[in-house]
Design a protein around this ligand. Structure first.
Ligand SMILES: C[S@@+](CC[C@H](N)C(=O)[O-])C[C@H]1O[C@@H](n2cnc3c(N)ncnc32)[C@H](O)[C@@H]1O
Length: 224
């Protein structure tokens, strides 16, 4: 999978993509990630990318020209173009799963007051990572890249990904590690039994119990 991120602040991604599982996925060629600064595509003398809004009002608006020139420099027939915006469809695990099927993702990060509305004519999807407003699309893009890349084949253990929260509309089961007793808090006896049938049954029951308690909307399929 190839992912191109169009951003004015490529340095914001440096730490995230140079650590842990994403770093390993890049090194093992499971994913190629390119950071494209669309300021480089501005035809204005001072490489200006934004301007004041028509009709007046606060803030600066990203201009179409540098953004679309950057987009067209990387777009192919296999690309899925995603605009990060608080007005988009709220992102979830099912959307992450479906993005893993794409050969090429292009993520566009807005900034400042937002972007010229005409940019919507050049994108396939608008995605929001939640009902709050970020300074820019970079954190949203990083969240999407992280959640998609870990689902790409052979990046993490498939069993672990299948049991994660939100797979099958359930939250994950509780997990414990050593020591067996911590400050009087004991590990559930069944996990020490060595009986895998019993353990699996307990885990499935816990998934349902915890989901009912914390996220009943998932069981009703209301999060789609
Ligand atoms: C300050 S925001 C602009 C918000 C815009 N004025 C509005 O109210 O819809 C700047 C940029 O951050 C990104 N952004 C902010 N919140 C986001 C969210 N919840 N999900 C995805 N991207 C977001 C978008 O790319 C947006 O263009």
């Amino acid at each position: 999978m190839k992912i191109d991120i169009l951003t004015l602040f490529p340095n914001m991604f440096e730490g995230i993509f140079r650590e842990s599982i994403i770093k390993r996925a890049i090194a093992n060629q499971k994913v190629e990630i390119n950071l494209i600064n669309f300021r480089d595509f501005s035809s204005l003398n001072n490489q200006q990318v934004d301007d004041t809004p028509y009709g007046g009002g606060a803030g600066m608006v990203l201009r179409c020209e540098p953004l679309i020139a950057a987009l067209e420099s990387v777009k192919t027939k296999d690309s899925l173009v995603i605009l990060l915006t608080p007005q988009g469809k709220t992102y979830n695990q099912q959307m992450a799963q479906s993005l893993t099927k794409q050969k090429h993702l292009i993520l566009i990060c807005g900034h400042y007051e937002g972007f010229d509305e005409r940019i919507l004519n050049f994108v396939d999807q608008e995605i929001s990572i939640g009902d709050f407003v970020l300074t820019g699309g970079e954190i949203a893009a990083a969240a999407i890249v992280d959640s998609v890349v870990r689902l790409v084949d052979e990046v993490i253990n498939a069993e672990s990904a299948n049991n994660d929260s939100f797979s099958n509309n359930l939250l994950d089961y509780p997990t414990y590690t050593k020591p067996r007793v911590f400050r009087g808090l004991e590990v559930p006896e069944v996990l020490l039994s060595g009986n895998h049938e019993k353990i699996n049954k307990w885990r499935q029951e816990k998934q349902i119990e915890i989901t009912k308690q914390k996220r009943p909307d998932l069981l009703k399929g209301e999060n789609k």
